[in-house]
Design a protein around this ligand. Structure first.
Ligand code: IPD
Ligand code: CA
Ligand code: CA
Length: 265
């Protein structure tokens, strides 16, 4: 395994093992609200500290962009970290959440790890070397169109101004797709696209740490990832579409009539 990926895996295990030990302690956690429907506990913060310590011990000069502690350092290597993606699920003991870690080098995504500590599933990718789940190669689904497909999405529960646009996309896709899931962890749901468990995924208003690792894992599993125009700017716009190449093109085309002016960027 690539040495930088190896360290990222070690960091993801350190955080994930800690998070899974805290599951029995959820009723005692002090919950803070960062903004409407955006909660955090010391579990998110402690998990993040474990990740950062592990990464900086191995690579003291690298920089960090992490959900709970923000930006630190300045380097051509930047780690993008979501220590606990799916906090709402975690707080309800709903076992679908993950640790997400990506390494960007000079603006290009190079390494990615998503770890589900409840199922002990480790998704990884190194640029140009494919994607794996627990060391076995994974691929996106064979080219299917939206007809009969299983899609994943996220509801805009923290940005409810997007509800009308979301409802109109949802209604259109739902009439054509086989079914749609909202499992509650964008990072893990993207890993599921890479593993062929979902045919495609879309969501409005994500943050870079929700998407970075999942995007590389999907690409290395043969899928495509883009913003709502099908371009590369999903980390900036926060709006993401991902899936096997055929459904990706299909969804981008079908999204266009539903985009309000603020989602067209
Ligand atoms: C959230 C989850 C959720 C998605 C939100 C994210 P968090 O991340 O990925 O599924 O719908 O947009 O912000 O806050 O649990 O790390
Ligand atoms: Ca997140
Ligand atoms: Ca988080």
């Amino acid at each position: 395994m690539q040495p930088m990926l190896n360290i990222a895996v070690r960091a993801a295990h350190a955080a994930g093992d800690y998070i899974s030990r805290q599951v029995n302690n959820i009723p005692n956690l002090e919950i803070e609200q960062k903004s409407p429907n955006d909660f955090v506990t010391h579990v998110d913060r402690q998990a993040e500290q474990r990740i950062i310590e592990t990464l900086l011990k191995a690579f003291p000069d690298h920089s960090i962009l992490a959900e709970e502690s923000g930006q630190q350092g300045d380097s051509e290597y930047q780690w993008i970290i979501d220590p606990l993606d799916g906090t709402t699920n975690f707080l309800h003991g709903f076992p679908h959440f993950a640790v997400s870690i990506a390494l960007v080098h000079n603006g290009k995504m190079e390494q990615a790890v998503i770890y589900d500590p409840m199922k002990q599933e480790l998704f990884t990718a190194s640029k140009g070397a494919g994607a794996t789940l627990n060391n076995r190669r994974i691929r996106v689904t064979r080219p299917v169109s939206i007809q009969g497909a299983l899609l994943g999405t996220g509801f805009p529960f923290r940005a409810k101004q997007h509800l009308p646009a979301f409802q109109s996309m949802f209604a259109d896709f739902f009439m054509q797709a086989g079914d749609i899931r909202r499992a509650g962890s964008a990072a893990l749901d993207l890993a599921y696209v890479a593993a062929g468990r979902l045919d495609a995924y879309w969501e409005i208003g994500l943050k870079p740490w929700d998407m970075a690792a999942g995007a590389l894992i999907i690409r290395e599993a043969g899928g495509l990832v883009g913003d709502f125009s099908g371009n590369e700017n999903y980390l900036e716009t926060g709006n993401i579409v991902a899936g096997n190449p055929r459904i990706f093109a299909d969804l981008i085309r079908k999204l266009q009539p539903h985009l309000s002016s603020d989602l067209k960027a």
